[in-house]
Design a protein around this ligand. Structure first.
Ligand code: ZN
Length: 322
């Protein structure tokens, strides 16, 4: 069974684009049990890392709250149209179905005073990334830069700190991916839940702003949290390049690094399917069994594979949603 930390299927369908990776009719054969399905309000100009191995894209423009709320309502309707079961408990995941965690990637659609957070929780929202890679009322995300430290700007605002407290109270997971380093440490200091980065990699291997430094990884491990390894080639490769011909071994390398640094209990998958360029060897979810075979070839035993593919996610969801 494979549970995944991030996909952008909803935004892709909302735009009217062709599905590239998350073909739900292939889920059963691929042993794909679902995971985090993002509601992502797109930025007008899509910031995808360029093919060059050095880049410093400007920070994406903020999206006004009213516009973000309108788009989020449409994204939510798309989510509801999917043939998936909504996740509100780890027990909702099973081998015979696709289960979806409703995740908000960037909290722009929320009122700054969080007056609508309870309503979103009632709709099934169980995970929030305070930011995508731009600024909003709650925090600031990292611009896409390589090579670069993730220490690129200011941390949480007062509203952002209140968002973390309210999420802790409601049992909503707070996702650290896309936060800059100051925001990361603000959440780490404040949150009472295990620390989670749903779709980020090891900065020591690939020096992208989107990846986690060793100190950040250590904090996630100590908290009992988890890192979902992102399959986006530009966040995997040492050269940061947008190269489709990237071997699956590069994903395993980050799994090995994080497991070696903070333990096998703290690493999982966070594909970024339908939101990023991934290895052509993988394709979409149909290629997941190939990735599992690559883990086994690298020496991961049954228990290690079970932890990386689903057990770690289930444990952290249980600890966070309790
Ligand atoms: Zn993302």
């Amino acid at each position: 069974m494979i549970i995944d930390g991030h996909n952008d299927l909803v935004a892709r369908l909302w735009r009217g684009d062709e599905v590239r990776h998350v073909h739900l009719d292939q889920a059963a054969d691929a042993d794909f049990a679902g995971g985090f399905f993002a509601l992502y309000v797109p930025s007008p100009k899509l910031a995808e890392p360029p093919p060059a191995d050095h880049y410093a894209l400007p920070l994406s423009e903020p999206v006004p709250r009213d516009e973000a709320a309108r788009v989020a309502a449409e994204l939510y309707d798309v989510f509801l149209s999917l043939p998936v079961q909504l996740a509100t408990s780890p027990e909702d995941f099973g081998q015979d179905r696709v289960t979806a965690i409703l995740h908000l990637e960037g909290a722009e659609p929320l009122a700054e005073n969080l007056s609508d957070l309870d309503e979103w929780h009632a709709r099934g929202l169980r995970s929030i990334g305070p930011v995508w890679s731009r600024a909003n009322a709650f925090a600031e995300g990292v611009p896409f830069r390589f090579p670069s430290s993730p220490d690129t700007g200011p941390g949480l605002t007062g509203a952002g700190r209140e968002l973390v407290r309210r999420c802790n109270g409601l049992g909503i997971l707070v996702d650290l991916s896309h936060l800059n380093e100051a925001g990361f440490w603000d959440v780490a200091r404040l949150s009472t839940a295990p620390l989670v980065a749903t779709h980020s990699n090891a900065h020591a291997i690939c020096a992208s702003t989107r990846n986690l430094t060793d100190a950040q990884l250590d904090a996630i491990g100590v908290s009992g949290g988890v890192v979902g390894i992102n399959f986006a080639v530009s966040f995997l490769r040492e050269d940061g390049g947008q190269v489709a011909a990237t071997p699956l071994r590069e994903i395993v390398r980050h799994v090995e690094y994080v497991a070696g640094r903070i333990g096998i209990d703290h690493v999982a998958f966070g594909s970024d399917f339908d939101g990023a360029l991934v290895s052509e060897e993988l394709g979409g979810i149909a290629g997941l069994p190939k990735l599992v075979a690559e883990l086994r070839a690298a020496g991961f035993d049954d228990e290690g594979v079970a932890k990386v593919t689903h057990r770690n996610w289930l444990r952290v969801l249980g600890d966070t949603w309790a």
